[in-house]
Design a protein around this ligand. Structure first.
Ligand code: F6P
Length: 371
């Protein structure tokens, strides 16, 4: 337990930033109820930090009171009741400059001032690596805060898992189950593109659980000829269909990621590798090939019970941490415990799939190829 050098808390705020993930509402509920139970007032910021930076755009002022009633019955709901945003990063906030060109400015000082203006004693920020980087800057500028890690991609370092991942994997697995029967009926190759950014966790876990034949992940650049060899091997033994799971960040040997767009103030948007892989398989093998992009379906819907529980544990742990005098830390799962790690240690390094991991070895033993 940290020595508490801070004054007692009367009022806290919660913000959710970055792409949404199933379980955000469970964090909000757990944090709000734990805080209310301690006699603290709880507020939520709209759309990441936008409610603070652009209050005039919100009829409720961008800052809302989170009462017991407001957070009741939301654990099972996808999305976030506060709204979120993965645009307009306050550290690189895009504005139109004097010369009419887009310029990026740092608005983190305004955020610190905004919280002071609202008499917020401490902040809980829920987000992925982008939000953690912002939180680390805000903490250095004197904001007392604790971060809660979130992403369906499971690529955050220093936590065993992030909530949202299990829900995404469950949905992708169900999709693969469904695609098997139609692929088998038509004797087709079915290419399924899943999210995950530059890591292959969703593709790997759903591909193994959903009995894929090929899994292409960023950690192992693929050779399309090895993919086609698998299709032919299956054809030759009478299995006329093949299921290929491809992570959106997968790359061919010597090639780069497929990007949909690049916009100022935000990360590049990945997508299109599924189409590319399918076209190449068709061109080389002549097999009829179809593509399914699961995309944002992986982020929507109700969190699994595992994700709800992780999110509730994280939300409650954030409040306990604040009460104990923790600051500048991220809540993390280190089974069976929830612990606190310095935000600094968690940012800047992505958690990638180790190619010698037990799940990869299991996949290989099952006859799955990684191309
Ligand atoms: O990080 C979560 C994630 O869903 C990634 O898997 C994906 O690349 C990205 O967000 C998509 O972001 P957007 O919401 O901008 O489409």
């Amino acid at each position: 337990m940290a020595t508490n050098q801070y004054p007692p808390i009367k009022k806290i705020a919660i913000s959710t930033g970055g792409g949404d993930a199933p379980g955000l509402n469970a964090v909000i509920r757990a944090a709000a109820l734990s805080a209310i139970d301690r006699g603290w007032e709880v507020y939520g910021v709209r759309d990441g930090f936008h409610g603070l930076l652009l209050p005039e755009e919100y009829p409720d002022g961008g800052f809302i009171s989170l009462t017991r009633k407001k957070v009741s019955g939301i654990t099972h709901l996808g999305g976030t009741i506060l709204g979120t945003s993965n645009r307009n990063n306050p550290m690189r906030y895009p504005i139109i400059g004097m010369n009419g060109q887009i310029e990026e400015v740092d608005r983190t000082d305004e955020i610190v001032r905004g919280f002071r203006l609202h008499h917020i004693d401490a902040l809980i920020t829920v987000g992925g690596d982008g939000s953690l980087a912002i939180a680390s800057v805000l903490a250095k500028k004197g904001l007392r805060l604790i971060s809660v890690p979130k992403t369906i991609d499971n690529d955050l370092d220093k936590t065993d898992v992030t909530f949202g991942f299990d829900t995404a994997v469950s949905f992708a697995t169900e999709a693969l189950d469904r695609l098997h029967s139609t692929a088998a009926s038509h004797g087709r190759v079915m290419v399924v593109e899943v999210m995950g950014r530059y890591a292959g966790w969703i593709a790997l876990h759903s591909g193994v659980a959903g009995s894929a034949d090929v899994i292409l992940i960023p950690e192992n650049p693929y050779d399309i000829h090895k993919v086609v060899a698998k299709v032919k091997e299956r054809d030759d033994r009478g299995d006329k269909f093949t299921i290929v799971v491809v992570a959106e960040g997968a790359t061919p040997i010597g090639g780069g990621v497929s990007v949909v767009e690049h916009e100022a103030g935000r990360a590049e948007r990945l997508g299109g590798v599924g189409e590319k892989v399918a076209a190449e398989i068709h061109a080389i093998s002549g097999k009829e090939t179809r593509v399914v992009v699961l995309g944002h379906l992986l982020r929507g819907g109700s969190p699994t019970s595992f994700d709800r529980l992780t999110a509730l544990r994280f939300g409650a742990a954030a409040v306990r941490g604040l009460e104990d005098g923790q600051a500048g830390v991220m809540v993390a799962l280190d089974p069976p415990h929830v612990k606190y790690v310095p935000i600094e240690d968690a940012i800047g390094k992505m958690k990638m799939v180790p190619m010698n991991s037990d799940i990869v070895l299991t996949a290989i033993d099952l006859g799955i190829t990684f191309g």
